[in-house]
Design a protein around this ligand. Structure first.
Ligand code: SF4
Ligand code: SF4
Ligand code: SF4
Length: 331
């Protein structure tokens, strides 16, 4: 019978890495910050430590399950949706029950485009921009497949597609156009629209239209159209993510060109041309879904100039950060 018990001895170094990330971020925050950042600390003294302990155990168990699963896509969607659910539930409770569920008590629209648009409009480095930039450094474009509170919705709708999923690449033009329009709109509104309700309405309209893009386009196409073509942050993560040293590569000596990975990639980053070239396309967000669909074991995450598979390290890092976000991320 398989040993399913948990003891220190059967926790892998990767799970320890996930747990370490939780502790490295949350312990100093709980000790040093005047504002109580962890929710349980706001309810009773010492609650922050209980929450840190719970998140550490959660990170260990999830990291273990994520690295053993034969469906990365399924497990990833579950924890991503859980985070999104917790994030929006706290927002709802913050609005309807008590400001204790909000980060600062000050409300912002939960539209990711505002991470850059809002910072330019207000001419300041917002907390969100700071967190987002840190995530870019640590995980490359991984924000857009594991950590964003909004993208889980696009993942959900893209996976509602019935029947065969296309491996057609999604044009890069749209995402760069989205960045240019967001930056231009933020500068123009700063120059002419300050003090009016117009920026708020534009941002809210952008968010609502984005939901429609997910509901209709992503669901019909089976690809994350909202995240790869509409949201400007998707363009920023994949563009700056190219500075990140890890890439998804295909071993052409074992690949049989079956095309299964292309149909599993919701970001349109594994067309036939990409598979033939042996490297995932620019839309790749390092989600990892393609790893578990390849029966030949031909896909792996590799550092530049190395053949070592670093997926377990990256996955452990992502799970650790996901647990940190569960504890801290709220409006
Ligand atoms: S593209 Fe935008 S909505 Fe999608 S995951 Fe990235 S930041 Fe979130
Ligand atoms: S699933 Fe594996 S074998 Fe099939 S095309 Fe992709 S990399 Fe090649
Ligand atoms: S190429 Fe693989 S890792 Fe990259 S986005 Fe597509 S499925 Fe995810």
């Amino acid at each position: 019978m398989a040993d399913t018990s948990i003891s220190i001895r059967n926790i892998s170094p990767y799970s320890f890495l996930s747990a370490g990330i939780v502790l490295v971020f949350l312990v100093p925050i709980n000790i040093a910050m005047d504002t109580k950042m962890l929710l349980l600390e706001r309810f009773f003294p010492g609650g922050g430590w209980v929450e840190i302990a719970g998140l550490t155990v959660y990170a260990i168990l999830l990291s273990r399950a994520f690295l053993k699963t034969d469906s990365i896509s399924k497990v990833r969607s579950r924890y991503w949706r859980l985070f999104s659910f917790v994030f929006f539930l706290q927002l709802l409770l913050g609005i309807s029950v008590s400001s204790i569920f909000l980060m600062t008590g000050k409300l912002h629209l939960p539209v990711p485009a505002l991470i850059i648009g809002g910072s330019i409009y207000r001419n300041e480095v917002s907390i969100m921009l700071f967190i987002f930039s840190g995530t870019l450094v640590l995980t490359g474009p991984g924000w857009c497949s594991h950590l964003c509170y909004f993208g889980a919705m696009d993942d959900f709708f893209s996976k509602r597609k019935k029947g065969s999923v296309t491996d057609r690449p999604i044009s890069y033009v749209w995402k760069y156009l989205a960045i240019a329009l967001t930056v231009a709109a933020a500068f123009l509104l700063r120059a002419f629209g300050t003090g009016s309700g117009i920026p708020l309405w534009i941002a809210a309209g952008f968010g609502v239209f984005g939901i429609a893009v997910s509901v209709f386009l992503s669901r019909n196409r089976g690809q994350m159209v909202h995240c790869t073509a509409y949201c400007p942050i998707g363009g920023v993560t994949t563009l700056l993510g190219k500075l990140y040293p890890f890439r998804f590569r295909i071993d052409r000596t074992t690949c049989t060109d079956c095309g299964r990975c292309g149909k599993s990639c919701r970001y349109g980053a594994l067309s036939k041309a990409h598979i033939t070239s042996g490297t995932a396309g620019w839309n790749c967000t390092l989600c990892g879904d393609c790893i578990s669909v390849c029966n030949e074991g031909a896909i792996a995450m590799k550092p530049l100039f190395s053949k070592r598979d670093v997926w377990p390290v990256y996955a452990a890092l992502i799970i650790g950060l996901h647990a940190v976000f569960l504890g801290l991320a709220r409006i």
